[in-house]
Ligand binder design. Structure first.
Ligand code: 6GU
Length: 225
């Protein structure tokens, strides 16, 4: 998979992909992540990437020219399955969206800033609009990093058996059961006996029951789906 991220703040997207599973996924060739600075495509003499909005009002709008120049350049190099715009008024991301995006070959992700982008970008270039929740971030970069992380870990081969995505919370509309490791007792707080029993059938049954109970208590909406 190839992911091109379009941003006015490329610094914000350096560390999220430079460690752990995201780094290994790139090193092993499962994904290429390219971060592009929109400002490099400004032809304005001050390298501006935003302007006052028509009709008046506070807040700047990201201009169409530099973004269009960058998207046109990328489109000429390869064909993209989706051009995603990160925006608080997009569809709220869920695991199923991530599963679908993880099957794609090439995607672009445009990060919004200020009051957003000139709407003609959305009308003529964007194929999917994503939000990561009902709250407002200063820009789309952190949200884009969330999407990339959630998607890349689903690409076959990125995770090994121990970190398998198949047992993640949400994959079966259930939250994950509680987990424990050594020591078996700390401060008098004990690990549930069943996990030390060696009876795999009992353990599996206990985990299923716990997953169901947790989901019922914390996210009953998932059980209704
Ligand atoms: Cl994608 N962008 C911004 N700026 N805020 C958000 C968001 C995106 N998703 C939730 N809040």
């Amino acid at each position: 998979m190839r992911i091109d991220i379009l941003t006015v703040l490329p610094q914000l997207l350096e560390s999220p992909f430079a460690a752990s599973i995201m780094k290994r996924a790139q090193d092993k060739g499962h994904v290429e992540i390219h971060v592009h600075n929109i400002r490099d495509y400004s032809t304005d003499k001050h390298k501006n990437v935003d302007d006052y909005q028509y009709g008046g009002g506070a807040g700047m709008v990201m201009s169409i020219e530099p973004i269009a120049a960058l998207i046109d350049k990328l489109n000429a190099e390869r064909s993209y399955d989706e051009v995603i715009y990160m925006t608080p008024d997009g569809k709220v991301l869920e695991q199923n969206d991530c599963n679908q995006i993880s099957l794609l070959e090439n995607i672009m992700i445009l990060c919004g800033h200020y009051k957003g982008v000139d709407d003609r970008i959305r009308q003529h270039y964007i194929t999917k609009e994503i939000s990561i929740g009902s709250y407002v971030l200063s820009g789309g970069e952190l949200a884009a990093a969330v999407v990339v992380d959630a998607v890349v870990r689903l690409i076959p081969g990125v995770l090994n058996d121990e970190t398998s995505a198949l047992t993640d919370s949400f994959q079966d509309n259930l939250l994950s059961p509680p987990v424990f490791t050594r020591p078996p007792e700390f401060n008098g707080w004990k690990v549930p006996d069943v996990l030390l029993s060696g009876n795999q059938k009992e353990i599996d049954r206990w985990r299923e029951e716990q997953a169901y109970q947790r989901t019922k208590e914390r996210r009953p909406d998932l059980l209704e789906e």
